[in-house]
Structure formats: C-alpha cells, structure tokens
Design a protein around this ligand. Sequence first.
Ligand code: ZN
Length: 315
Amino acid sequence: MMYIGVDLGGTGIKAGVVTEQGEILSKGSTPTMKERPYQEVIADIASLCRSVVKDAGLTMEDIGAIGVGVPGVCDPRTGVIPMCTNLGWHGVPFVAELRSHIDLPVIVDNDATVAGFAESIAGVSAGTHSSVFVTLGTGVGGGIIINGRPYSGAHGVGSEIGHMILKMDGELCSCGNRGCFERYASATAIIREGRKAVAEHPESMIMKRCGGNPERINAKTVIDCAKEGDPTAKAVFDEYVRGLALGIINLINAIDPEVIVLGGGVSNAGDFLLDALRETMKPYIFFKTLPYARIELARLGADAGIIGAALLGKQ
Ligand SMILES: [Zn+2]
C-alpha cells in the first residue's frame, strides 16, 4: 500500500506518494495563496494529490490514506483545524472538506510533529521508539514520538514545546505569554540578541558582516562570526545555547527519549551547535550517572514533511 503525504505551508503546498518504508515515488507542489477561501486551497490540495498519484503511475485504489502536516493543530476527534495563524484559518472542517473531493481516510497533524515522525521512520532517529524533534526556525516547533507514533496529546494540541515557559515574566512571545522557550531558542532570538549586542559593541565582526546595518543581521551572521571567534557574537551564541540547553533538559527530564533531533535553519550550524549544546547541557542533567538522550541533527531536510505526513496513514 502507498500513502499520500501533504505538507501544507503558508506559501506552498507540497505533496508526494510515499511507500511504507518512507521512500518518495513522486512529488509536486503548488502555491498556497492563503488569502483565498479555504475551500479553494483544499480543492487545490485534492488536485495535487490526484496529479502525484498519476505521476507515480498509480490510481487512487493503490492509496491507503492521505496524511497532512499543517502549520497549526487539528482536533483528531472532529477533523477540524481550530486555529492556524499561518494560514489565517479558524474552525476549518479540513478532513470533511478534503474527503468531499477524495474518498480516502485523511489524517492531519502538526507540521513539526510530522517532520519528527518522518525522522523516526526514515531519518536520523529511525529504529528508535521515542524521540523528540525540535525545529529551530522563526519559532520553535516540536514533535514528540512515543512508541513509534506521534504523540499529539489528549486534545490534539500537544508537542507545542516552543511555548514551554522557561523564564517567569521573561521575553514577550507571539502567543501572548512571556518567557516561552522559543523566545530564547529560535533564530528570532539570535537576531534580537545580535542586534542588542552590536548596539553595545559596534566594533563586533557582526557589524561588518551586516554592512553596518543591524536590520540585516540574521542568525547565520551571528553564528558565522561566533565560529570565527568574534567575542560579541560568541557571547550571543553561548547565551542562545544556554536557553536551548535548558529547554532540551526539561524535555529529557520529562520524557527521557532515546534521541533529541534538531531541525530548522539554526541546525545548519551543525557540529558547532551540537558540540556547544552537549557541553552546556551536562551540568543540568537530573540523573547524572545514567545515560540520557543522544542529540542529533535532522537528516531528511525539506522532504520530511511529505514523508511524515504520508506515514501518518500507515496504521
Ligand atoms: Zn509562547
């Protein structure tokens, strides 16, 4: 049996036909154009599903289910997406709408959860029973895999690890709370602190790299300068790693997974990030004499969304 995986993003929709082993047989994409009524977006998803099935030389009879990763949450009991800020959706009856086009089982989950699930089947955490996927991008997303299945909580809204509160009355978050993990562990945090740092240290290498315009600082600028030994950039990076380490320690203490998988733009820093993180975490581990989760980088890249979504349909 094959499965269709759909990766629904704010700018683009990607879909593919995937084998039970997580291999992509065909894939395609189309713009989301999210300003449209949701019915039109979902009609395009259905067309894209038909076209990738045709490209794979298959028919809908060969497909077991359609899995969809969305940048929000979906209530598994009703198939309704209560809120998806990225798409501006509220109370969208996603499953019923997609099934009005294609009569197959439809399973929806959060995009980061789906990517983490993909890694646990065909990526860096393949073969493990428990893992936590952490995406370090504009925000921080998460996917918790327990007993080989994505864990989405009692109400479909679990795995929102970016909004674990790390600091009482800390930095204001886009969710309205203060002190959320993503305020300290996202690319946005590096940029914010990088800008603050160059205001105090205009001699920093960061300032040269951004052409003297702090508005042009991105996470890579700061990380590259830290790698090259710039003290201001290094201080920003070290503080960032501390925030990331504390959030990951909380996850390890609560879940004790086999692997923590890091994805998203900041994870492109590679071993520089991994080495610093592993070292920074050590003093905070609760069970100091017992083994704890390996920290690894995600391996599947941009296809993780399609693969993980498709495999949601495999029971
Ligand atoms: Zn938050």
